[in-house]
Design a protein around this ligand. Structure first.
Ligand code: HEM
Length: 590
């Protein structure tokens, strides 16, 4: 069934759950000539519920046999108080709004003393894992046993359609094959492109800082990464840096950061609305179509996004046809990513979906990295000073950094690694099993493993890099502490090199991020240019929109939430709720 037919899928599911047992009961009653009178409705209801329980029981028995065949044991199941674990779902939905990021999952792992759990909501298995070996199996060693899956495609189809993040097998391979050459070293070492957009960004910071005004860093960095990516990918600067910025002291809460009301605002709002809607669908689970029976919530935002991207797509197709007619041939190295994409198909929807996926991949993730580095520089002035000293030593006070200079910044790399460890831009991810299999023996966190775990077929598994990368059993008791030195200390580094899945912010396996080097070059280049001019970064909580500061009760809980000055949240990618309001200043000597 095509992923956009989610209403039909739901109708089939409802029919299976209600109509099938009702028909069977009717047949039984008719053949036995039984009349139930006033007991008809309760009898049907009871039969439907018993039928559902019976089905679960049969499934459990079949799974138990299958598990034995695979030499595996069942995954521990969360036992809620209400049928269908409705109370667990309610607890999670509430926690997503008020709790520290992924704390509700961590709470469940601690309660059940294991790193992989089955939530089984409404009778549907839903696996969550913070086990690095199980994540590795899902994305790398057992890659062919998992895929994006039908439910994930259903949720994302209206937004990302045919794009790389929403396809498997041949279509995915095709996209990856087209995109890879564009992220090869020769292309991503062209720092002239970064320089222009960095200078534009710094000029905005400079005019704010001369008036001692704060800037919404997350929004600014998203504009910087979007303008850079648009020029890099389709040769056109979207020039969102020239749009209206959120106003300090007057900013209201946007979907992710602080809201703006200009044209860029409407594009980002549309972009961010889609991410939020998809995240909500995932949280609700497979019954999400119930809430969109009378209309696809992404339809409006998707139209807005189309208004921005479609002219570029149409131009690429018409340019291709014109060049073709004129008999002009150009090599891949002379083309932009969009031109190359247009060469491979005439389907504007396919081109737009892939373009949008690449923009999503390159805007939010790198902006997230820069936002959290700035956050840590504000919290740890000693780290900022050390970073700046390294930048001045290797790149000088004003020169544009070269590829070689960037490679030599060891402390910078340690700061970036540590930021990506504590705040991975993709904090959680989902795959679906194609068929039943056994997750390898693991669980070093809560003691003795009981055996390989039985992973049911056609079932979602949510893996959680953020929890893996903060797991004290792997990283030590200071796992929640920001300490870049852990990346420079050979003894501590060897623990990571002996178990590389402890840290995988760019994922691993065949679907590993293809933009990693581009992102690291872009972020480092920006930070060098920033630190050449500024050495003090101060958070400005009074500029944060109402409702975006961390709740007081976090201080009395555990882990990073006790010290957090911002509210980290996630909608496909990680972000700071309300944005990050920062004052940038320079010391007198610089
Ligand atoms: C700090 C920055 C970045 C981080 C942390 C990051 C992280 C990731 C992660 C975790 C994945 C795997 C997603 C999944 O399997 O569902 C991924 C995939 C991907 N990333 Fe990145 N990314 C970053 C920057 C970029 C940039 C700048 C680009 C492009 C210019 C990019 C392009 C892609 C693409 C195309 C994929 C899909 C690969 C596939 O499915 O085969 N990423 N990234």
């Amino acid at each position: 069934m095509h992923p956009t037919w989610y209403r039909t899928r739901l109708l089939f599911d409802v029919c299976r759950a209600l109509l099938l047992p009702s028909t069977i009961l009717t047949l039984i009653l008719n053949t036995t000539h039984t009349r139930l009178g006033f007991l008809t409705v309760p009898s049907y209801a009871l039969f439907i519920v018993t039928w559902a329980f019976g089905k679960c029981l049969i499934r459990d028995t079949v799974q138990a046999f299958d598990a034995k065949r695979l030499g595996a044991v069942p995954i521990t199941r969360v036992q809620g108080k209400w049928p269908g674990n409705v109370d667990v779902l309610y607890r999670m939905m509430k926690a997503f709004k008020t709790s520290y990021i992924l704390d509700v999952y961590l709470g469940l792992f601690e309660e059940y003393q294991c790193t992989t759990l089955n939530l089984r909501i409404f009778g549907v298995d839903q696996i969550i894992t913070m086990d690095e070996d199980h994540s590795k199996f899902v994305i790398a060693t057992g890659f062919h046993r998992f895929w994006r899956g039908t439910y994930q495609k259903e949720r994302m189809e209206s937004f990302l359609g045919n794009g790389i993040f929403n396809r498997d097998d041949e279509m995915w391979k095709m996209h990856r094959g087209i995109a890879r050459p564009f992220l090869a070293r020769e292309r991503i070492s062209d720092f002239e492109l970064f320089e222009r957009h960095v200078q534009h960004t710094l000029s905005i910071i400079s005019s704010a800082s001369s008036g001692k005004l704060p800037v919404e860093a997350q929004d600014l960095y998203a504009r910087f990464t979007l303008d850079t990516a648009s020029e890099f990918l389709f040769g056109q600067n979207l020039d969102t840096l020239s749009g209206t910025l959120p106003t300090p002291g007057k900013a209201s809460l946007g979907l992710k950061g602080s809201a703006t009301h200009d044209e860029f605002g409407s594009f980002t709002q549309a972009f961010e609305a889609c991410q939020q809607i998809i995240t909500n669908r995932a949280r609700i689970g497979y019954i999400w179509p119930l809430f969109e029976l009378f209309g696809d919530k992404t339809a409006g935002p998707v139209k807005t996004i189309g208004r921005w991207l479609d002219p570029h797509v149409e131009r690429a197709i018409s340019d291709k046809i014109r060049m073709h007619k004129a008999g002009v041939q150009s090599s891949v190295s002379e083309k932009t990513f969009l031109q190359h994409l247009a060469d491979s198909t005439n389907d504007p929807v396919l081109i737009r979906d892939q373009l949008l996926s690449m923009l999503l991949a390159s805007r939010d993730t790198t902006a997230c990295l820069l936002t959290f580095v700035t956050y840590f520089m504000a919290l740890h002035p000693e780290v900022t000073q050390k970073l700046r000293a390294e930048v001045l030593q290797h790149c000088g006070p004003t020169q544009a950094p070269t590829y070689e200079a960037i490679k030599s910044l060891r402390y910078m790399r340690a700061v970036i690694n540590e930021t990506l460890r504590l705040f991975p831009p993709v904090p959680l991810n989902v795959r679906e099993s194609r068929a039943a299999c056994a997750l390898p023996l693991s669980d070093r966190t809560f003691g003795e493993p009981s055996g390989p775990l039985y992973m049911p077929g056609k079932t979602n598994i949510v893996y959680l890099p953020l929890l893996v990368q903060r797991n004290t059993a792997l990283w030590g008791t200071d796992a929640d502490v920001f300490d870049p030195e852990r990346w420079l200390d050979p003894a501590r580094l060897s623990i990571y090199t002996s178990n590389p899945m402890m840290y995988a912010p760019f994922s691993a396996g065949p679907r590993v991020c293809i933009g990693q080097q581009y992102a690291l070059n872009e972020a480092t280049y920006f930070l060098v240019r920033l630190l050449q001019q500024y050495d003090t970064f101060t958070l400005v909580p009074e500029a944060q929109p109402e409702g975006s500061l961390p709740p007081e009760e976090w201080k009395f809980r555990r882990g990073r939430q006790t010290v957090e000055k911002i509210w980290p949240s996630a909608a496909l990618t990680l972000y700071v709720k309300g944005g990050l309001w920062v004052r940038y200043s320079r010391s007198s000597q610089s």
